[in-house]
Design a protein around this ligand. Structure first.
Ligand code: SF4
Length: 237
């Protein structure tokens, strides 16, 4: 079964989590404060779309409001053939596995891949997310020249613990009243690309109807990097 980048990140944290997403999502509990963060992240992402000036958005909808993935994929193909300079939500599929890239910006013969995160610092899972996208884009024939994160560039709140390593290649941009920090994480994304190549089909199998629930006991991974939405389900078991 094909997977998305969200499936990939969740499956890496815990295979049982991905299995539950596919087979028993009714046990999922998303706390309101987490939902609020997700909504704020979407708003932050929408604001960042125009960060490089004019852009072409691939997002398409069916009449009933659902995302129209095949139309997004076709539009992306056409824009890449035309050499469109900036694409937002550029969509790709390979053996059914899917990702939509927040921003693709043409650079020379290739494209720089950007992922927008409403966060102050680089986290490993953000880089893994980019690695999954890089893998799919490469498989779809796109030359990815660099992978970068677009983060919050304003001052973090007092007490904010930033544990990231120093990144020599970073820049700051102002747009729509926001300050964005752009960090080059190409090296890490290349490593995560290899991880995607190694695990994509194995994780996809977990979504198959005939797959039993993985026998995984709750442990530290239930809280790292994110508190699992099945925490109550597994801890009751
Ligand atoms: S609560 Fe823990 S064991 Fe259960 S699905 Fe989540 S991460 Fe996996």
């Amino acid at each position: 079964m094909p997977i998305s980048k969200t499936d990939f990140i969740r499956g890496l944290q815990c295979e049982k989590m991905l299995w539950l997403d596919a087979h028993a999502p009714e046990y999922k509990i998303i706390p309101p404060e987490v939902q609020a963060k997700l909504d704020a992240g979407n708003e932050f992402g929408d604001n960042a779309m125009g960060i490089f000036g004019e852009y072409t958005e691939m997002t398409s909808f069916h009449e009933d409001g659902r995302l129209y993935f095949s139309a997004m994929i076709e539009k992306t193909k056409a824009c890449l053939e035309e050499g469109t300079p900036v694409l937002c939500e550029a969509s790709f599929t390979w053996y059914g596995n899917f990702c939509a890239a927040d921003i693709l910006k043409k650079e020379g013969e290739g494209y720089v891949l950007y992922e927008v995160k409403n966060a102050y610092s680089v986290r490993k899972e953000f880089v893994t997310d980019l690695g999954f996208q890089r893998f799919l884009l490469r498989k779809c024939g796109v030359k990815v020249t660099a992978c970068k994160l677009i983060l919050r560039g304003d001052t973090p709140p007092e007490g904010y613990a930033c544990q990231e390593e120093a990144f020599s290649q970073e820049e700051f941009l102002e747009h729509n009243g926001f300050t964005y920090r752009i960090v080059d994480v190409t090296k890490g994304a290349r490593e995560a690309d290899k991880l995607a190549s190694d695990r994509i089909f194995e994780l996809g199998k977990l979504k198959r109807k005939d797959m039993p629930m993985p026998d995984i006991s709750p442990d530290e991974h239930c809280l790292t990097p994110y508190r699992c939405w099945y925490y109550d389900f597994c801890h009751k078991e």
